[in-house]
Design a protein around this ligand. Structure first.
Ligand code: ADP
Ligand code: MG
Length: 249
C-alpha cells in the first residue's frame, strides 16, 4: 500500500533529481502589508555549483529574495523550490532540516559578542547536535580555511571587520551547507577586506558550494566575471553570464 508519506517523498525526489537545478523561483511575488510589491513576478533558475551575484538599487527586492530562499518569508504568489523542497508547502517541522543545508552571511556579521571565535563557530554545530569529538575536528579545520587559524580565543571586538566576517563565514560553512547565501557581505568592509572576502567566497564556490552574493560592489562585480542578476523595483531586469554591474541611467 502506498501511504500519503510515500507519495510526498517520491514527488520530492523527482523534483530534486531534475537537471541540476538547485534554486527555482517561478513567477514569485511578495507584497508586504504596505507599499508596492517588493518582488513582482520574478522567475530565476540557478544550477548546483553556480556563483551568482544579485545586484540592484537599495529597495529593489534583493533581501526579500534572500529571505524567501531561507523560508523566513513565504511568497504572496508563485512557486519556490530550493534543493527539492517546495518552500510554499513545506511543513513547519521540516524547516530546520531544510535550513541545515543553507549557510547565511549578513552585512553586520551577527556574531555572539561575549563568545570567542571558536565558540561562535562551534555554536552552529552544537545546534545540530554534532558530537564534541567532531566539533573539535571541524571547527579548527574551517577556521584554517577562512584564514583564522591563530585567532580561536579572540572575542569579536578584538577583530577587524574583515576578520569578523571570516568568523561569520566559518560559522556559515561549518555544517557543510549545499548553498551559501550572502546579503551584502562586504557592505561594512574597506576595499582590501572586501576583495579578500569575495575571493574567499569564490574559493568556497570552487570547492562545490553554490554561492549567491547580494552586493553593491561595482568594481568587484565587474572584475570577477560571474553570472550577474540585476534587480530593479522588484523585477529582474537582466541576467548575464560573466556579466557586469549595469549603470542605473
Ligand atoms: P533591497 O535588499 O534590494 O534593498 P528589500 O528586499 O529590503 O530591498 O526591500 C524591497 C522593498 O520592500 C522596499 O521597498 C522595502 O521598503 C520594502 N520592505 C522590505 N521589508 C519590508 C517589511 N518588513 N515591511 C514592509 N516593507 C518592506
Ligand atoms: Mg537588502
Amino acid at each position: 500500500m502506498v501511504t500519503k508519506g510515500d507519495v510526498k517523498t517520491k514527488r520530492r525526489k523527482k523534483q530534486a533529481a531534475g537537471n541540476g537545478e538547485i534554486i527555482t523561483l517561478t513567477n514569485v511575488s511578495k507584497a508586504y502589508a504596505t507599499g508596492a510589491p517588493a518582488l513582482n513576478g520574478v522567475s530565476l533558475h540557478i544550477n548546483k555549483g553556480e556563483f551568482v551575484f544579485i545586484v540592484g538599487d537599495s529597495g529593489s527586492g534583493k533581501s526579500t529574495m534572500i529571505k524567501l530562499l531561507l523560508r523566513e518569508l513565504v511568497p504572496t504568489s508563485g512557486e519556490i523550490n530550493v534543493m527539492g523542497y517546495d518552500l510554499v508547502r513545506i511543513r513547519h517541522r521540516k524547516i530546520p532540516k531544510f535550513r541545515r543545508n543553507l549557510g547565511i552571511v549578513f552585512q553586520d556579521f551577527r556574531l555572539l559578542k561575549d563568545r570567542n571565535v571558536y565558540e561562535n563557530v562551534a555554536f552552529a554545530q552544537r545546534i545540530i547536535q554534532v558530537s564534541s569529538k567532531d566539533i573539535k575536528r571541524n571547527v579548527p579545520s574551517i577556521l584554517a580555511t577562512v584564514g583564522l587559524a591563530g585567532k580561536y580565543k579572540a572575542k569579536p571586538r578584538q577583530l577587524s571587520g574583515g576578520e569578523q566576517q571570516r568568523v561569520a563565514i566559518a560559522r556559515a560553512l561549518v555544517n557543510r551547507p549545499t548553498i551559501l547565501l550572502a546579503d551584502e557581505p562586504t557592505g561594512n568592509l574597506d576595499p582590501k577586506n572586501s576583495w579578500e572576502i569575495m575571493k574567499l567566497l569564490e574559493q568556497i564556490n570552487e570547492n562545490g558550494t553554490t554561492v549567491l552574493v547580494v552586493t553593491h560592489n561595482r568594481e568587484i562585480v565587474n572584475a570577477m566575471q560571474k553570472r550577474v542578476v540585476t534587480m530593479k523595483k522588484g523585477v529582474i531586469v537582466s541576467d548575464e553570464e560573466k556579466g557586469g554591474y549595469i549603470d542605473e541611467d
